[in-house]
Design a protein around this ligand. Structure first.
Ligand code: ARG
Length: 295
C-alpha cells in the first residue's frame, strides 16, 4: 500500500466474499447459494470494474487481502474513521463482523509503521461504531455527518468528535434498510448533499436542511436508494456509483458532475455499494486560520 498525491482509497480483495448470513434486510444467502461459483465470478468482475472506475476518476487504490470466514471485509468503509492521518478503528455491532477488527487494526498499524498514518486507536470496548459508513467527512463544511441509531450508537458520537477534534452533525437513522449513513446520504464536492428522507428522523431531516441549505439538497428517490446509488464515491467532479437511473444521472450531470455507473449487483446482495467497498485514507481537515498577532 502506498499513499500518493492522488486521493487514496483502500479496497479489500473479494477472494473470500460471499453472502452466508443475514445482518441487514438486503442480504440474500439463498440467492447467493443458488450458484456460488457464478456469484463469486461476478463479484470478482464487479470489484475489478469498481477498481478501474475509481482509478479512471483519479484515485489511487490499494488492495488489502481479505480473510476466510469474514466475507464482509470487502466493505472497508466500516473498518475505521480516518482523518488527518489518525485512524479510529470500528467496533462492530454484529458478532458476524467482529473478527474483522483485528485484521483491519493490523493493516492500519502497518500503515503507521510505514509512516502513512500517525495514530491508530480503537473505539472503546462496548461502544459500537461502524467506521466511515457512519461518519461521512464533508470537506466544504469541515465536519463529519455522523449516523447513529442502527449499527453505530449515539454514545460513539462524542468519542469521534473528541478524537478528531472537528465538528460533527448527528443524524439519527430510523430504518433497518438504511442501517449505515452511507446507504442514504452522500456529501458532494460542490456542497450538495444527496439523501433519502425516509431513512432519517424528523430532527435529522431538519438538521440536513439547516446545515446544507435547501439549494444544496438533492432528494434521492426510492429507486436510487434501492439501487445503492446514494452509496457513491465522489472524487472532485467524478462520482462512481452502482448503475444509476437515468433521472439521477441527468440531475447530477446538470450540476456539473461526471457520473460513472458500475454493475455492483453481487455486492448489493449483501447490502453494500461503491462507498462501502472503499475507505478513504488521506482525508485532511483544513487548518483553522488564526489571525497571526504581528510582532
Ligand atoms: N453486509 C454488510 C453489513 O451488513 C454490508 C455493509 C455495507 N457497508 C456500508 N458501509 N453500508 O454490515
Amino acid at each position: 500500500m502506498h499513499i500518493t498525491a492522488k486521493p487514496s482509497l483502500l479496497m479489500v480483495a473479494p477472494t473470500h466474499y460471499e453472502v452466508s448470513y443475514v445482518i441487514n434486510p438486503w442480504m440474500q444467502p439463498g440467492a447467493w447459494g443458488s450458484d456460488p461459483a457464478a456469484h463469486r465470478r461476478d463479484a470478482a468482475a464487479a470489484s475489478a470494474a469498481l477498481h478501474s472506475a475509481l482509478e479512471a476518476a483519479g484515485a489511487h487504490v490499494s488492495i488489502l487481502p481479505g480473510a476466510a470466514g469474514l466475507p464482509d471485509m470487502v466493505f472497508p468503509a466500516n473498518a475505521a474513521v480516518i482523518l488527518n492521518r489518525r485512524a479510529l478503528v470500528a467496533r462492530f455491532a454484529c458478532s458476524e463482523r467482529r473478527g474483522e477488527e483485528a485484521h483491519f487494526r493490523a493493516a492500519f498499524d502497518s500503515l503507521r509503521a510505514r509512516g502513512l498514518l500517525d495514530v491508530v486507536e480503537q473505539y472503546p470496548e462496548g461502544i459500537f461504531q461502524e467506521g466511515a459508513g457512519d461518519a461521512i467527512w464533508d470537506d466544504g463544511r469541515q465536519l463529519f455527518w455522523a449516523g447513529y441509531g442502527q449499527r453505530s450508537e449515539r454514545a460513539s458520537l462524542a468519542i469521534t468528535e473528541d478524537f478528531f477534534d472537528v465538528p460533527l452533525m448527528p443524524l439519527e437513522l430510523v430504518s433497518p434498510r438504511f442501517y449505515h449513513l452511507d446507504t442514504c446520504f452522500l456529501s458532494l464536492s460542490g456542497g450538495e448533499v444527496l439523501y433519502y428522507p425516509p431513512a432519517f428522523s424528523e430532527e435529522g431531516k431538519a438538521s440536513i436542511a439547516a446545515v446544507a441549505g435547501r439549494e444544496n439538497v438533492i432528494l434521492a428517490q426510492d429507486e436510487d436508494a434501492a439501487g445503492f446509488c446514494v452509496n457513491a464515491v465522489n472524487i472532485g467532479r467524478h462520482i462512481v456509483m452502482a448503475r444509476p437511473p437515468q433521472r439521477l444521472r441527468d440531475e447530477l450531470t446538470e450540476r456539473g458532475y461526471v457520473v460513472t455507473g458500475v454493475d455492483l449487483d453481487p455486492f448489493i446482495l449483501s447490502g453494500g455499494g461503491a462507498y462501502c467497498m472503499t475507505l478513504r485514507l488521506d482525508r485532511e481537515s483544513k487548518p483553522l486560520v488564526v489571525e497571526a498577532a504581528a510582532e
